[in-house]
Every structure is written in C-alpha cells, then in structure tokens.
Design a protein around this ligand. Structure first.
Ligand code: TYD
Ligand code: MG
Length: 387
C-alpha cells in the first residue's frame, strides 16, 4: 500500500536483511520502479557483495549505507524517489535533534516517526527492520508496533534452515497468512510444501513419535512431535520442551495421570517438535499425548496416522477449527488414518476427500480412548466411550 509502513521484526541473524534485499529486488523488478535499500549496519560494499551472492544485482535497487535520518530525508524527499524504501535496521538510525544514542527507545521512536511522515508525504512503502533485542522488548520492535500499518515477524530456530514469516498486525489485509522459507546458499527460497519439509526426516514406525496435523495461519502444516520418556536419576524428574509450551506439557501429563491412570513419576520427559517449528495451537494436545503414551508404552503410533485435538482437564477431547483442511493436507501427503475429536453429526466413516484420498477417521472422545487405541495391537479395536 503506497505510503504505508511495515515493520519486520526478528532475532539478529535470522535472515531479515537477506529477506528484505531479495524482496526489494523482486518488487523493483516487478514494478519497474526503483527501490532503495538503506543499511545502517553494513558498509555499502558488504551490501553489494551480498546482493551479488543472492543474484539480485539486475534489479533497480539503490543500495545505500546511512544512519542519519536527516541525510535520508534529504535524499528521499523529492518526487522521483523510490517506490519502496527498506531501512535496515531502525535501531541504527538517529535524529540529530535528540541527545540519546541510536537504538534507544527515544531515538527509535523519533526516527520511525520522521520516516513514516516522509513515506506518507512521498507515497513510498517504508519497510523497517527491527531486531528483537536481548533485553526483552526495550527499544525492540514492540515499541513501534502501534506506529506502523503492518507488523511481520520472521522466526525460526537457529540450526534449522527453514524460516516462517508471520503477520501480527495488518491494517490493509488479513493477519493469518504465513510464508515459509528455506535459508540456502543462494538466500531464502519459498517452501511450497512445508509439510513435506517438516516430515522429511521422519523414520517410520518408532515409538514416541506422532504426526500432528496443524495449522499455521491459514495453512495446514504437518509436523512430527517426538517424546522421550526415560527413568530419571533426579529427585525431581526433568520436563524439557522444545517448540511447545512447557505449561501445556505439564497439563497433558497431569491429565494422562489423573484421568487415564498412567504414571510418569520418576521419569524424565523430553518433548520436541521436529524440524525446529514452534507450535502454539492447543490442537497439538492430542498429538503430544499420543507421542507421550507411545513413548511410555514403547509402542509406535501407526506411521500412516495423523493426530489432532484439544484436551480438556477432564480428559475430554475438544473440537478444533478447520478439521477438514487438516484432513485434506494429511490425505495429500499419503496419510491413511486420523485420530481426531468427535465431529458433530458424523459417524466413524471415512472422510469424503478429493483425489483418491479416503482417510479413515477415528474419533477420540476421551483421552482414555486414545490410550486404548495405542496400547491395543489392532488400532481398529472397539473404542470405549466416556460420558
Ligand atoms: P541476515 O539476513 O544477515 O540476518 P539478520 O539481518 O536477520 O541479522 O542472515 C543471517 C544468516 O543467514 C547469516 O548468518 C548467514 C545466512 N545466510 C545464508 O545461509 N545464505 C545466504 O545467502 C545469506 C545471504 C545468508
Ligand atoms: Mg541484518
């Protein structure tokens, strides 16, 4: 949107500069109108080298190295200016009528205000990079969220090559879209099929693993949940979680113990979302429970099954949104069976799915049903229903 300001936040080193340099080049190539990429962190030769390595030197992107907002305003405040201006990063910019150092809350706010004013006056799109700072939210992207029109966060786990771009605020469109990218030698590449990426290293039927049919924004994403349960040598056993909420794990463990009679006492429990994805959906509860039960019983969850559903404190399994979309994605990737919450008005028949994929649907009304399903030899054994 011309004249709008977009904040792109993320941890240092996650790939914000790479993403925005590539985006600036793509926008410039598509619109034919020049884009400006202003770095306050790297010398112009470094930026040029990066652009060469990313193979984006053909597009009309003006590269600049600057930190003074006054200088920027001087060079951008004319009618033939660029259509898009990237500021990398807002924490390096300063206005000279303030005493404080660049990167302080006052400077970050004042610089942003000044640049937004110019963007509105000249009608260019302002893309601001904001590092999420170590000291929490001080002078980080959070203090700017109310000033801009859209806020995107670029995230991913270090040591994993994929990244997710998420919208948390958007004055001009939806906030539930995500972009999935892979960091490669040639920069960021779009991942068209995230599920295939997250499941790429799965090793068939092993105990302690289940496949969660999740949603990221509007996109269905399948991801493997791994659990390890091992005797503890500690007085208080460990509960370690990567990629999920530890409070939520404690809740699922408590429900398994109180409502299903399982015991994790004296056992260390490790939970990991494979591939480095971070999941916040309660719909993952049932998949986590499946991985835990499978690890404890040392019995694999059927490899061709996906699992999803929210768990309540009584052990009841609650419906989650977009069940059909999750099932469709599972069928698309060749899964044959799904453990999911009871769906109103439907029996235990196969879900009607397009293109050859009929998924066997196993409705789980209570967590105990899942425990029985997983511990019985035949997954088709009759399910016990709880009132
Ligand atoms: P960068 O965009 O500099 O991160 P940020 O601006 O968020 O601090 O990129 C971070 C990492 O990405 C860097 O450590 C190296 C890696 N990288 C690649 O793997 N391939 C590439 O083509 C580029 C440019 C970077
Ligand atoms: Mg950077």
């Amino acid at each position: 949107m011309p004249g709008s300001a977009v904040l792109v936040g993320g941890d240092p080193g996650i790939g914000k500069s790479t993403l925005l340099l590539q985006a600036a080049a793509a926008l410039a190539a598509r619109s034919g109108r020049a884009c400006a990429y202003v770095s306050g962190e790297e010398a112009i030769d470094q930026v040029r080298l990066r652009a060469q390595r990313l193979g984006v030197t053909a597009a009309p992107v003006e590269l600049a190295s600057a930190t003074s907002v006054r200088d920027l305003v001087d060079s951008l405040d004319h009618a033939q200016g660029p259509g898009v201006v990237v500021i990398d990063s807002i924490q390096t910019m300063y206005v000279d009528n303030l005493e404080s150092a660049p990167g302080t809350v006052a400077q970050v706010r004042a610089s942003t205000q000044e640049l937004i004013r110019l963007a509105k006056a000249r009608g260019f799109v302002l893309l601001l990079v904001g590092h999420v700072t170590k000291e929490g939210m001080i002078a980080g992207p959070k203090v700017l969220e109310h000033m801009v029109d859209a806020v995107l966060y670029f995230e991913g786990e270090r040591g994993h090559q994929f990244r997710i771009l998420r919208t948390t605020k958007n004055r001009f469109g939806p906030t539930d879209e995500i972009g999935v990218f892979e960091m490669t030698e040639q920069g960021l590449m779009e991942v068209a099929n995230p599920s295939a990426l997250f499941l790429a290293e799965r090793r068939g039927e092993v105990s302690g693993a289940s496949v969660f049919a999740g949603l990221e924004g509007t996109r269905p994403v399948l991801v493997e949940i791994q659990a390890l349960v091992a005797p503890s040598s500690l007085g208080t056993p460990r509960r370690a979680v990567v990629g999920w909420d530890s409070g939520r794990l404690a809740m699922v463990l408590a429900v398994l113990e109180a409502r299903c009679g399982l015991s994790f006492a004296g056992q260390d429990v490790y939970l990991n979302v494979a591939g480095g994805l971070r999941i916040s959906e309660p719909a993952a509860d049932l998949a986590v429970a499946a991985a835990l039960v499978s690890a404890l019983a040392d019995r694999p969850v059927p490899a061709e099954a996906v699992v999803f559903g929210e768990i309540g404190l009584a052990g009841e399994v609650r419906a989650v949104s977009q069940a059909e979309q999750r099932l469709k994605e599972a069928a698309k990737l060749g899964f044959e069976r799904a453990f999911l919450p009871p769906r109103r008005g439907r029996g235990k028949e196969a879900a009607g799915l397009p293109a050859g994929g009929a998924l066997e649907v196993i409705e789980i009304g209570h967590l105990q049903d899942l425990v029985e399903c997983l511990s019985s030899h035949s997954p088709d054994a009759p399910l016990r229903r709880h009132a």
